[in-house]
Design a protein around this ligand. Structure first.
Ligand code: SAM
Length: 253
C-alpha cells in the first residue's frame, strides 16, 4: 500500500484564518485599512516595519500590498501560525517571518538591527500581562527611530471611570461576536488546524510552548496603553480610528 503525500494548502489555511477572524471582528478589514493609511502617512512609502504578533501575516501582507517598497519583519511565537504564514506568503519580496516571544529578548532575533520606522500590531497585545506590555513598550522605544510610529489595532477598553459607557458599547455589539451558525469560528479553525497532517510537528511544538503562555486577556484600557507608552519614552499617543472599544492607537516615538 502506498501513502500519498498531499501538499498542505497554506494559502487556503490563511484565507480560512482571515475569514474566521473577520466573523469575530466584523470591521477587521476597515481597521486594517485605517492602519495602513496611517502607516503610509506617518512612515512614508518605503518604511522598515515590525509586525508584532503577526499570526499568519495578514497585516504584513496588506502593508506590502499597499507599500510594495516596504520591508516587514513579522514576529510571532506560534509555530503553527508561522508555518502557515511562511507557506502562504514566504515568497513575498520584503517579508521576513521571525519566531520570537514578545515577552523575551525578541530584538536579538531581528534579521537586522534598528532603527525601524514603524511597528504595527493587530489583535495580539491583549495576550500580554500589564508588566509584559510595559516591558515591550520600553524595548520598542529603543528599536524605533525618533519620530517612528507605533500602530496598535485591538480592543482597547474604556477606562475604569467609564463603566456605563463600556457596558453600553457591549450592548451595541459584543466584544467578540459569535460566528453565524454553521460558519467556521476561531475554535473550529484551531480544531481543524490541529488535525492537519502537514502541521503535525508545529502542533506538537505549539502545545509544548503554550503550556507556559497563558492568554492573559486583561483587556488593558486605552489609558493604560497611553501611560505605558509615555513612560517608555514615546512622545505622543492618540487614536486614529475607533468603533466602540475597537481602536487603532497611534504613538510617535
Ligand atoms: C488573534 S492572533 C492575531 C494575529 C494577527 N495579528 C492577525 O490580526 O490576524 C494573536 C497573535 O498574537 C500572538 N502572540 C501572543 N502572545 C505572543 C507572544 N508573547 N509573542 C509573540 N506572539 C504572541 C499569537 O501567537 C497570535 O498569532
Amino acid at each position: 500500500m502506498s501513502t500519498q503525500h498531499v501538499a498542505t494548502d497554506f494559502a487556503n489555511w490563511l484565507a480560512r484564518w482571515d475569514a474566521q477572524q473577520q466573523r469575530h471582528i466584523p470591521d477587521r478589514e476597515e481597521r486594517f485599512t485605517a492602519m495602513v493609511d496611517a502607516l503610509a502617512a506617518f512612515a512614508g512609502p518605503e518604511p522598515r516595519v515590525l509586525d508584532l504578533g503577526c499570526g499568519p501575516g495578514s497585516l504584513s501582507a496588506r502593508v506590502l500590498d499597499r507599500l510594495p517598497g516596504a520591508s516587514v519583519v513579522a514576529i510571532d511565537a506560534d509555530p503553527v501560525l508561522l508555518a502557515i504564514g511562511r507557506g502562504a506568503l514566504g515568497a513575498r519580496t520584503g517579508l521576513t517571518f521571525v519566531d520570537a516571544d514578545l515577552r523575551g529578548d525578541w530584538v536579538a532575533s531581528l534579521p537586522s538591527p534598528g532603527s525601524y520606522d514603524a511597528a504595527v500590531s493587530t489583535t495580539a497585545l491583549h495576550w500580554l500581562g500589564l508588566e509584559q506590555l510595559l516591558q515591550l513598550y520600553h524595548v520598542l522605544a529603543g528599536v524605533l527611530r525618533p519620530g517612528g510610529v507605533f500602530l496598535d489595532g485591538d480592543r482597547l477598553d474604556f477606562d475604569h471611570d467609564q463603566r456605563a459607557i463600556a457596558a453600553g458599547a457591549r450592548q451595541v455589539r459584543p466584544e467578540w461576536p459569535d460566528a453565524p451558525e454553521g460558519a467556521e469560528d476561531y475554535d473550529a479553525w484551531w480544531a481543524a488546524a490541529v488535525a492537519e497532517p502537514g502541521l503535525t510537528g508545529e502542533v506538537a511544538e505549539r502545545a509544548r510552548r503554550w503550556q507556559t503562555h497563558p492568554h492573559e486577556d486583561e483587556a488593558h484600557s486605552y489609558e493604560f496603553h497611553r501611560s505605558a507608552l509615555f513612560s517608555a519614552g514615546f512622545a505622543e499617543a492618540g487614536t486614529v480610528w475607533q468603533h466602540l472599544a475597537n481602536r487603532v492607537l497611534i504613538s510617535i516615538r
